[in-house]
Design a protein. Sequence first.
Length: 282
Amino acid sequence: MTTSNPALQLSDRNFKAIAELVERQVGIKLPAAKRLMVEGRLHKRVRALKHEGINDYMRYLFEGNQFDTELTHLIDVVTTNKTDFFREPQHFAFLREVAIPELVRQRGGKAGGLKVWSAASSTGMEAYTMAIVLDDMIRAGSRFDFRVLGTDISTAVLREAKLAIYPREAIAPVPGNLAKRCFLYSRDPARGDVRVVPELRRLTHFMRMNLMDASYPVDKDVDIIFCRNVLIYFDKEIQRKVVEHLASHLRPGGYLLVGHSESMVHSLVPGLRQIQPTIFKV
């Protein structure tokens, strides 16, 4: 629902300017149908900066001397960060049953320093799910160690990921034995939050990164990359560039996993071999 205050209404012209800026900077398309959503999300930012309205904010954004800083906040405002623990659970079953055992075998039965990357990590649930699964495999007798990297364009969600504090209901998809082992619970039953245990937080690192960048500050010998449910926001040429960049960071035999609506990526980049509809190998 649009606001009744004209100063807080996002005009078509201002929406077009924001949409073009966001697409140019981070590759995300904002169709006209998203105008009211963007307007609603901008209200909080306008109030935080004590602007008189959206027109005042637009002047600050485009004519102020803190463009880079404010662009970061704008991206936080307009990006959608849907995530869950064990989202698309068949991918984590594939890690446990196929990918990790194969990578360990390739290295003579002991994989030192497996590198796993969540390339659109949002609030960290995907990256911590990786850590939970790999840690459970080690406890069950597999011989390897690992590090998990989570990257995202949004500084707001990265702050949440580093804190690793979530509502208790968020861990409902986590199997009971893993939930008890991998999360800290308050002694006060009235407190509804849980926190990822320190052992897994130490193995999971987060940093800000834009998938639109010409190069990524990530190792070139990553074993597994998850880039799920973000490519759909890009046009085909940007999809191709992003997948090409991601694939270049995989070691030979490494895996790229994408979302269910993104299974077309194998047709974009030569050298990616489709293993399952949403799983690819270099």
